[in-house]
Write a protein that binds this ligand. Structure first.
Ligand code: TYD
Length: 211
């Protein structure tokens, strides 16, 4: 049993309001773990599946969806993400591969939870037997103003979830989600308004505790 547990990969999720630098930090962590001889699978939600495509169309405004449709589509996409037999999260972890995921159910609880019945969104995600709890969630934290500034600098299109009022609501919601999940989930908030290297070093300390 002990040996089986040691062989399983670790499941690490990154969350953050938009522009917090998740992509950069995930790449650095992935590279670092690989250098240490671990096998690492980098993945993201929405996924590249059919449900992920429906979500991206709605997020960019190409198609219109109600908040409940969005919440349900994210759950569908997350179930597929966990269970698909080729490179799903469960398969990877069982094969001893670490999974690093860009966004997960914390985003649903924060974004969809602020738009429709929060308890329903939470129940769908946390009570679903096919949605696994991560070993660690790292929240890259920025103020909404810092976030908008970074988004403005780096991108041409701005998605429907990106404006200061909305980001403020979502960040507050992330904080309440983390408070509610503190007894069951290992969640760490990292100040993302620092240099790339400082943030990476803090992330490495958090991840090392887990390996
Ligand atoms: P995307 O541009 O793919 O990634 P990111 O902003 O993380 O770089 O956008 C994903 C968007 O999807 C983001 O605005 C948050 C939103 N989202 C939800 O609303 N609920 C969810 O459950 C997830 C996973 C994402």
């Amino acid at each position: 049993m002990q040996e089986q547990n040691q062989k399983r990969g670790r499941f690490i999720v990154f969350e953050g309001i938009d522009g917090a630098g998740k992509t950069t930090q995930i790449e650095l962590l992935t590279r670092r773990l690989a250098e240490e001889g671990r096998r690492v699978h980098h993945t993201a939600e929405p996924t590249e599946s059919v449900s992920g495509g429906l979500l991206r169309d709605a997020l960019s405004g190409v198609s219109k969806r109600t908040p409940c449709e969005m919440a349900a589509l994210f759950v569908l996409d997350r179930i597929f993400h966990n269970t698909n037999p080729v490179n799903g999260i469960e398969k990877m972890l069982a094969d001893g591969v670490d999974v690093i995921c860009d966004r997960y159910y914390y985003s649903s609880l924060a974004y969809q939870g602020s738009e429709t019945d929060a308890k329903w969104v939470q129940d769908m995600n946390l009570s679903c037997p096919e949605i696994r709890r991560p070993d660690l969630c790292i929240f890259l934290d920025l103020t909404p103003e810092q976030s908008m500034e970074r988004i403005g600098r780096g991108r041409v299109t701005v998605e429907i979830y990106e404006n200061v009022d909305r980001l403020t609501r979502v960040r507050d919601r992330f904080y309440s989600v983390f408070e509610a999940l503190a007894p069951t989930d290992r969640i760490r908030v990292v100040n993302a308004a620092r240099s790339v290297e400082e943030i990476h070093n803090e992330i490495m300390t958090l991840v090392s505790d887990l390996l």
